[in-house]
Design a protein around this ligand. Structure first.
Ligand code: DIR
Ligand code: MN
Ligand code: MN
Ligand code: MN
Length: 309
């Protein structure tokens, strides 16, 4: 299958504007060249173009900051069928668009959410008003009756059931988020669970829960703040005690091994945070995660027709 890369330099789902430079920095780190395997074709679709809208200044609703601008930008996130789509952010609000678009292209997706945060605040439970912490409340069908109409986001309809979502790496949840996860009986592995059972076990249980027959297209939503801040320091909401680099790589390689990944979000790389070394480390890690998810193997590999000279 061929691979499409889409940059989504969206930054109004949170408050640090520098996350806008994520796609450019990841491209400059030589993403395309480094992930190119022998067996897939890569189309770079460039960055999603969008305008922010002035209505956001008049704040006709206080619940979701910049909702008109986000709504207009997110509606354009199309995930094309038949191509593995890599969506490079930008902040995590972009996943409302990519999940919506992916669900239209592939009706039976499951969602693996790798994040320090659950990003499932309802607009009313959000302590921040930042949309990157509310992504899943817009996507989950079971929360429809609790969702208020948000101006600019009326088009965004929930497309995925709570039982088809698994979280790994959680360690900073708001009360409303934990309550929703418990009420909907969602598959959620915190960093405590990772320590207790080990990452391979937690990942296997997650995949069993959301993709028991292994026949569903997988949407992998990877927030780089899931990893320990020593691994990905250049991100807006660092939380101590995260997944290791090796655990992150293990996740993406295992997802690649299923052969069923059809979309991946790689979000919250903010190259304006930290030192030059922090930024380089974060971007290098982001690129390795994408490469691993596309089937690049740390164990080594060679093309099918390879021969010794
Ligand atoms: C917090 C932080 N739960 C919020 N969320 C973050 O604003 O809703 N998500 N940082 O990635
Ligand atoms: Mn294409
Ligand atoms: Mn997130
Ligand atoms: Mn996060």
């Amino acid at each position: 299958r061929s691979v499409g890369i889409l940059g989504v330099p969206i930054n109004r789902g949170q408050t640090n504007p520098g996350v806008l430079y994520g796609p450019a920095a990841i491209r400059e780190g030589d993403l395309i060249k480094k992930i190119k395997g022998q067996w897939h074709e890569i189309h770079d679709h460039g960055d999603l173009g969008f305008d922010y809208v002035p209505e956001d200044d008049c704040a006709d609703q206080p619940l979701v900051k910049n909702s008109h601008s986000l709504g207009r930008a997110l509606q354009k996130t199309i995930v094309s069928a038949g191509e593995v789509c890599i969506v490079v952010g930008g902040d995590h609000s972009l996943s409302t668009g990519s999940i919506h678009g992916h669900s239209l292209a592939e009706p039976d997706i499951c969602l693996l959410w790798i994040d320090a945060h659950a990003d499932i605040n309802l607009p009313m439970t959000s302590p921040s008003g930042n949309m990157h912490g509310m992504v899943l409340s817009f996507c989950v069908k079971e929360l429809r009756e609790y969702m208020p109409q948000i101006p600019g986001l009326e088009w965004l309809k929930p497309t995925i059931s709570a039982k088809n979502i698994a979280f790994i790496g959680l360690r900073d949840l708001d009360a409303g988020e934990k309550y929703i996860i418990d009420q909907l009986n969602m598959t959620a592995y915190s960093i405590h669970d990772v320590d207790k059972h080990g990452l391979p076990e937690v990942l296997a249980r997650s995949m069993d829960a959301i993709n028991p027959r292994g026949n569903r297209p997988i949407h992998l939503s990877f927030d780089v703040d899931s990893l320990d801040p020593s691994v990905t320091p250049s991100t807006g909401t660092r939380v101590a005690g995260g997944l290791t680099f090796r655990e992150g790589m293990y996740i993406v390689e295992e997802v690649a091994n299923t052969g069923m990944m059809s979309a991946m979000d790689l979000v919250e790389v903010n190259p304006t945070i930290g030192t030059q070394a922090d930024k380089e480390r974060t971007i290098d890690c982001a690129i390795r995660l994408v490469g691993g998810a596309l089937g690049k193997k740390r164990e080594g590999e060679y093309p099918q027709n390879y021969q010794l000279p």
